[in-house]
Design a protein around this ligand. Structure first.
Ligand code: ATP
Length: 735
């Protein structure tokens, strides 16, 4: 027994809280017409989630709420609570007891509660479907609706059977999966469309990024080349600068030295040497004069000696004899020449010297004239000797003067030669100065070029910073290969040209550092990859949903086929029991296109081929009935009682196969005659073994089948009341 109790408060005629506690598998509800019995059956329908107001005999939610009577004012809400024993986990909730409650307010708002916690309607429906409760409502057979299953369309009938077979849960799952599949399809389309949307932008960005990558590669190449070039250039500039500075210093010091030597050489050539030559020449003139005097003296003495020697040989020699006329003439000429010499020179000292000589010559001549004639030969001999001595002295003097003159002349030659050498040296030195100056100016020029090269180097570094940023300083760490500085400058020039070409290419690419573009590309790509993955996930889940749906369809199909077989077997048995023969059978119709709930207007002749492929086919259930001893077949020919019996047989068969936890049968037996009422009561008992039953009846046989009876009464106040009654009282209560 799963159904423990039902509590109605403010529901329809049950103005006050009224509880029905079920203590038996079959509970009978009895009472006079209009007392509120059917309201109890409807309370079941209501609490299990019925949405059709018509099924609740109402037009709107408000009609379900106690409307008030002179005795008791109207309620604001109607509530029904049904309590299930869940110790066998009838409902998929981890509680021993589960209370399902529904409340409706006057504004039509509904509330659903599970063990007091507000939930959604679909949560209630899903929970109950899992326990084979609810759905098409075949388990609550309202008054006069027993033959609803007969009146239903084949499609509705199939739904009721499927419900009875407990396929609702699978169908819910299938519907849920189909809904998810639809959602997934929408999401797949959305995702595809998003990918399509970003695709051109992504392609554009990819091309941009490729260009940026290319530019980056070029920049890396430029960085490497620039590092090598700048390192070499800097080393070369440094080396050349140092070399040229040293060279300039050398040339400057050379020039200084040369300048000193030039000055020295110029001094030698002029000044001193001229004075020396003048002095030497003066001395030569003087010595020549002296020599000439000495020569004349020597000649005179030689003649005197000759005469003295001659005179010595002769004994008497007079002065006149000694002083010859030519001798006087000679004397006069000498004096005259000496005077002429004195007249020619401006040199006072020379003039004085000549005057001195002239005086001495005159004295010598006078001495010679006034000398006494030798007295004797001896005297003569002494005179000869004296003259000879004088001659010797003069000749010595003459020889010394000649030597002196020779030495002076040699000296002049030497001084002159020295002058020539100095001149020559000066010319050489001046040429060396010019050469050194030329070199120095070449060095200055080269240093100027180095300064230009340094400026260009700095400019190249600045340009490099603009193009490749701080990486340009890589050259500072570059190692210069050995011998690099001695290579031909042409190689470095070639490097420079290559760098220029690269710079132009980078500039032509027109792309800056491109970080923002790369970032955007990466974000867009990530988004695309994300969408791609999402698409894969969606396609995977669509595939798995299709699998689930196929699996569920298979399960539904299998359960339906085997369930239908069992229902037909039970139906055959109940039908025979009720009619004492005959046959009733549920048959699956030819698949047709569904046209809403009612498919009476389906064209029987419609060919399956005419049905568009995408439309799902639906095969409803028809009932074939063959009464015993009657030739005619079909539902149309049945009497009211026969229809009721057939419905009961069908309802009971359905309940047999997959017994619901409980069944509410509201005066299902109303149309039965006494004999059939008894059969009905037997079937109730049989059915009670499988499902809990709440039977509303006026029928004594049915009342007798119930384990407990509740009487519903309504007094003057219009409020339905419930009381437990015995069978004997029940009949009275029922009237
Ligand atoms: P019968 O045996 O004739 O089928 P019953 O016992 O099934 O009768 P119900 O149909 O359950 O009777 O009850 C009908 C009664 O409930 C009526 O008297 C009706 O006035 C009353 N009723 C229905 N809705 C409301 C409501 N909202 N407020 C008050 N009373 C209501």
């Amino acid at each position: 027994m799963y159904l423990k109790s039902i509590e109605l408060s403010g529901f329809k005629s049950f103005a006050k809280k009224t509880e029905l506690v079920f203590g038996s598998r079959i509970a009978g509800i009895v009472g006079p017409n209009g007392s509120g019995k059917s309201n109890v059956a409807e309370a079941f329908r209501f609490v299990l989630g019925e949405q059709s107001m018509k099924s609740l005999r109402s037009r709107r939610g408000e009609d379900l709420i106690w409307g008030g009577s002179p005795a008791l004012s109207r309620s604001n809400r109607a509530g029904v609570k049904v309590v299930f024993d869940n110790s066998k986990r009838l409902l998929d909730l981890d509680f021993k007891e589960v209370a399902v409650e529904r409340i409706v307010y006057r504004d039509g708002q509904n509330e659903y509660l599970l063990n007091g916690t507000q939930v959604r309607l679909k949560d209630v429906i899903r929970l109950l479907a899992g326990a084979n409760i609810g759905g098409s409502g075949y388990q609550i057979i309202s008054q006069g609706e027993a033959d609803r299953i007969l009146n239903a369309s084949p499609r509705e009938r199939r739904e009721m059977v499927e419900d009875a077979l407990g396929l609702k849960l699978y169908q819910h799952k299938k519907a849920e999966s189909e809904r998810k599949l639809d959602e997934t399809a929408v999401n797949i389309e959305k995702t595809r469309s998003l990918r399509r949307e970003i695709s051109p932008h992504l392609n554009f960005l990819r091309v941009q990024v490729e260009k940026i990558e290319k530019a980056r590669e070029m920049k890396e190449e430029l960085s490497a080349k620039l590092s090598e070039y700048l390192a070499r250039e800097h080393a070369w500039i440094t080396q050349e600068d140092a070399r040229l500075l040293a060279e300039a210093r050398t040339q400057e010091s050379e020039l200084k030295k040369l300048g000193a030597r030039v000055n020295e050489a110029r001094g030698k050539r002029t000044g001193d040497s001229d004075d020396t030559l003048k002095e030497l020449q003066g001395r030569i003139v003087e010595r020549e004069h002296k020599l000439s005097m000495a020569r004349r003296e020597s000649e005179k003495l030689s003649r005197e000696l000759g005469r003295a020697e001659g005179a010595a040989e002769a004994t008497n020699v007079t002065v006149e004899q000694i002083v010859a006329v030519p001798h006087v003439r000679q004397f006069a000429r000498e004096v005259s020449e000496a005077l002429a010499g004195a007249e020619r020179t401006d040199d006072i000292a020379a003039v004085r010297g000549l005057i001195g000589q002239i005086r001495e010559r005159i004295k010598a001549f006078v001495d010679g004239l006034s000398g006494s004639a030798p007295q004797t030969n001896e005297e003569m001999k002494q005179q000869v000797k004296a003259i000879a001595n004088s001659l010797e002295r003069v000749q010595k003097e003459e020889s010394e003067l000649a030597q002196e003159l020779e030495a002076l002349r040699a000296k002049i030659t030497q001084v002159r030669d020295a002058g020539f050498t100095a001149e020559r040296d000066l010319v050489g030195l001046e040429s060396a100065v010019r050469e050194a100056q030329t070199k120095l100016s070449a060095v200055s020029g080269a240093r100027g070029n180095i300064a230009v090269a340094r400026q260009r180097f700095e400019e190249e570094v600045r340009e490099g910073i603009v193009l490749i940023g701080a990486a340009v300083h890589g050259w500072e760490k570059s190692v210069i290969p050995e011998g690099a500085l001695s290579e031909d400058r042409g190689a470095q020039e070639k490097r420079r040209r290559e760098i220029e070409r690269l710079k132009i290419k980078i500039e032509e690419s027109g792309i800056g550092n491109g970080d923002a573009v790369v970032r955007e590309f990466n974000q867009t790509k990530e988004r695309d990859v994300f969408l791609g993955r999402e698409l894969e996930d969606l396609e995977r889940s669509a595939a798995s949903l299709k699998d689930i749906i196929a699996e569920l369809e298979k399960t539904i199909d299998e359960h339906f086929t085997s369930g239908l077989k069992q229902i037909n077997e039970a139906l055959s048995s109940f039908f025979t029991k009720l009619f004492g023969g005959g046959e009733a059978k549920l048959e699956v119709e030819k698949p047709k296109r569904p046209r809403g709930a009612k498919d009476d207007d389906l064209d029987e002749d419609e060919d399956e081929d005419d049905i568009p492929e995408e439309e799902e086919l639906y095969a409803g259930l028809s009932i074939s009935v063959q009464l015993p001893r009657k030739k005619v077949r079909g539902l149309e020919v049945l009497s009211g009682g026969e229809r009721a019996l057939t419905s009961i047989a069908l309802i009971f068969s359905m309940s047999q196969v997959n017994p619901p936890p409980f069944l509410v049968l509201d005066e299902t037996d109303a149309a039965l005659d006494e004999a059939n009422s008894k059969r009905y009561a037997d079937m109730i008992r049989e059915l009670g073994g499988k499902s809990q039953l709440i039977v509303i009846t006026h029928n004594r046989a049915t009342m007798a089948a119930a384990g407990e009876l509740y009487g519903v009464t309504m007094g003057q106040d219009g409020i339905s009341k419930l009381l437990s009654v015995k069978l004997e009282e029940a009949e009275k209560v029922a009237k």
